[in-house]
Ligand binder design. Structure first.
Ligand code: FES
Length: 159
């Protein structure tokens, strides 16, 4: 039987060798681990801390500070709806409802097929075109319930 933790450790080591052993490599390393694995495990955090010769608590602190870094496995597509004031006033609530209905999950959850994770985000700089959301790195704005349904359908069809 393959030991998954050992496999993951090898993968983390493979990522670490691409970075300089400097404290300011921490965030770029975390972003890369998160990009490749979708989340950052306690084992990965320990390994990163050892590589950079910094306390694990420091690594954990950075992971918990940035909302785009995760300690839980996320879906292939992370949908982040802006919850800040302009979007709030422009009908965020309707978008929130349709996202929950279409995906069948609440915010903070991942669909059982592992395709979508639903989260909130703060302002993403599209206030003049609100409500807005991100799906991974792509921005969607001037959202309506119909537009959201179309976006979700298109993402489902890709898989
Ligand atoms: S408030 Fe939502 S994008 Fe700025």
């Amino acid at each position: 039987m393959v030991n998954i933790d050992i496999c993951k450790q090898k993968e983390i080591s493979g990522i670490l060798v691409r970075f300089e052993k400097r404290r300011d490599s921490l965030l770029p390393i975390l972003i890369e681990v998160n990009r490749i694995h979708g989340f950052i495990t306690p084992i990965a955090m320990a390994e990163i801390a050892e590589f950079l010769e910094i306390p694990v608590a420091e690594v954990h602190g950075v992971v918990s500070f940035y909302h785009f870094l995760s300690t839980k496995k996320r879906g292939k597509y992370t949908v982040r709806l802006c919850k800040t004031i302009s979007c709030e006033m422009a009908g965020k609530e309707k978008i929130e409802k349709i996202l929950k209905k279409e995906l069948g999950i609440n915010f903070g959850e991942t669909t059982s097929d592992g395709l979508f994770t639903l989260e909130y985000t703060n302002c993403i700089g599209m206030c003049d075109k609100s409500p807005a959301m991100l799906v991974n790195d792509n921005v969607y704005f001037n959202l309506t319930p119909e537009k959201v349904i179309k976006v979700i359908d298109e993402l489902r069809k890709r898989d």
